[in-house]
Design a protein around this ligand. Structure first.
Ligand SMILES: [Zn+2]
Length: 267
């Protein structure tokens, strides 16, 4: 079982040694993609992935961080992220497997649309330069997100923590380069709109994630989340779409390996 999106990072888990936490969670998962949201977490993840087998990373700038960085030229940060990727290539390791999370988030009062789009496009540019896929966070911003995705057909995008409607889905399903990842949000009692889309997401584009430490799936909603809980998300979806749990697991694990270009995970 694979968790395609977690934040096992300093300061995210109280009174916990992150290194020990990662080792413990890797014992019960095949691999975990640890996802950054700013420069600091990108640096932390690039060093973490060197120390743990089956821990992979994504580096990039989240739209909420873009809001905080309105006076910074995104290119200066992208150059720093690019250096991390160049170092990886030089060392012959390929543990950074995506750019992200990045995207658009218009849910907060003080967001700046133009600035967020600028940062999102710079993240995509970096991904294309290094032939990496992009992990997308989108909230209250479907129209511009879909527009940007359509304008970048050469980039593979993973819509993380899927919260779209069937209408969003029908538009996105048409695009060869778009993949979907389901989080614990789909298991919540008030997530009927998301649940209504589950049977319509193409199985060959589907993955699972926890977004740990956030979004713990039912029956642990509200608690601290861990990658191991990804199985609860998978079971919920298997039940919702009336599919065998093992079959769904093996198909979606294979999807994750294809999407992130991972060949050597343990099963
Ligand atoms: Zn996240």
């Amino acid at each position: 079982m694979i968790d395609t999106h977690a934040h096992l990072l300093k300061g995210k888990y109280e009174n916990t040694n992150v290194k020990d936490l990662i080792e413990k969670e890797l014992k019960n998962t095949d691999f975990i993609v640890n996802v950054a949201y700013d420069l600091e977490s990108s640096l932390e993840i690039s060093s973490q992935v060197k120390n743990h087998n089956n821990l992979y990373g994504a580096i990039g700038i989240h739209p909420s961080h873009a809001d905080k960085s309105i006076n910074i030229d995104p290119k200066t940060i992208m150059t720093k992220l690019g250096k991390l990727l160049v170092n990886e290539v030089a060392q012959g390791t390929q543990k950074i497997v995506a750019i992200g999370e990045t995207g658009l988030d218009f849910s907060k009062e003080d967001y700046n649309e133009e600035n967020q789009i600028k940062w999102f496009l710079e993240n995509i540019k970096l991904a294309n330069y290094f032939h990496l896929p992009v992990i997308v966070h989108t909230r209250d911003a479907w129209t511009p997100t879909i527009k940007i995705i359509k304008e970048n057909p050469a980039t593979n995008f993973l819509l993380h923590s899927w919260t779209g409607t069937n209408q969003n889905l029908s538009e996105l399903k048409e695009l060869e380069n778009v993949w979907f990842s389901i989080s614990g949000i789909a298991t919540f009692d008030n997530a009927k709109d998301i649940q209504a889309t589950l049977g319509n997401i193409p199985i060959d584009k589907l993955m699972f994630e926890t977004d740990s430490p956030f979004l713990a799936p039912a029956p642990n909603r509200g608690k601290v989340n861990y990658p191991t809980n990804v199985k609860d998300v998978l079971k919920f979806v298997a039940n919702a779409i009336m599919m065998n749990v093992d079959e769904l697991e093996s198909k979606t694990d294979a999807n994750a390996k294809t999407f992130f270009g991972i060949k050597d995970a343990k099963g």
